[in-house]
Design a protein around this ligand. Structure first.
Ligand code: PRT
Ligand code: MG
Length: 211
């Protein structure tokens, strides 16, 4: 019997782009992940199971080895810190940019700026590296509202087309990082299940190269 592999997938927009890549690598869920109420999904390969998680929980599952592999946005990985994770593959999906945004010139206001974001770790690191003093305000969604409502001077958020910013009178001000989804691997699994993981990554890489 071959060793079991558990792959953690991020719910939502990343999932739609991940499933075709897995299918091309020979792994297809037996039940529709969008519809099934099962938390652990069987696949076309009996030794491979999928768990579909809240995106921010994926690095945690892989870090502790509850999943051997996982797919997560670089934003989520940067915010998590990446302890005990290998990041062998850029899947090139769900691309966007992590940006500082706000009303034009907002970053030149005097005094300590207030920055609203769900990425508090990334935000603190980014401004600290530049020696700029800020106060972070943790939000869980609708960051774009914060400057409009007077809650914050700036936001740190993901930007794709820029339409959400524009629709709210905001502009992108500073580029922090280019984002795409990555395959991550638990460090212990990489050693203990080296062969099946290497084979899986090779198949995935091949299907990426054919795109
Ligand atoms: O919903 P939940 O809180 O569980 O998680 P989530 O909202 O973070 O999940 P989901 O399904 O939205 O997926 C988020 C992941 O997709 C992120 O971690 C990124 O890696 C990736 N991604 C890629 C994006 C975007 N593009 C994106 N544009 N995540 C969010 N957005 C949002 C952005 O926050 C902003 O509100 O889209 C809006 C901007 O889009 P434009 O096109 O108007 O610029
Ligand atoms: Mg969402």
């Amino acid at each position: 019997m071959s060793e079991q592999l558990i792959i953690a997938l991020s719910k939502g927009r990343i999932l739609n782009d991940t499933l075709p890549l897995l299918a091309a690598a020979g792994i297809e869920p037996v039940d529709d992940p969008e519809r099934s109420r099962k938390l652990v999904l069987d696949t076309s390969r009996p030794e491979v199971k999928l768990v579909v998680l809240r995106a921010t929980d994926v690095p945690t599952y892989v870090q502790y080895g509850a999943a051997d592999l996982g797919v997560a946005g670089k934003d989520v990985l940067m915010e998590h810190g990446g302890a005990d994770l290998y990041e062998p593959l850029d899947l090139g999906i769900a691309r966007c940019r992590l940006m500082v945004a706000g009303f034009p010139e907002a970053q030149h206001r005097p005094g300590t700026l207030r920055v609203a974001t769900k990425f508090v770790n990334i935000t603190r690191r980014y401004f600290a590296e530049q020696g700029r003093q800020i106060e972070t305000i943790k939000l869980y969604g609708s960051m774009e509202l914060a400057p409009i409502a007077g809650l914050a001077d700036l936001i740190v958020d993901l930007v794709d087309t820029g339409r959400t910013l524009e629709a709210n009178g905001l502009v992108p001000l500073e580029h922090i990082a280019d984002i795409s989804s990555r395959m991550v691997v638990n460090r212990a699994s990489m050693k203990l299940k080296h062969r099946p993981i290497k084979e899986f990554l090779a198949r995935l890489q091949q299907s990426l190269a054919q795109d």
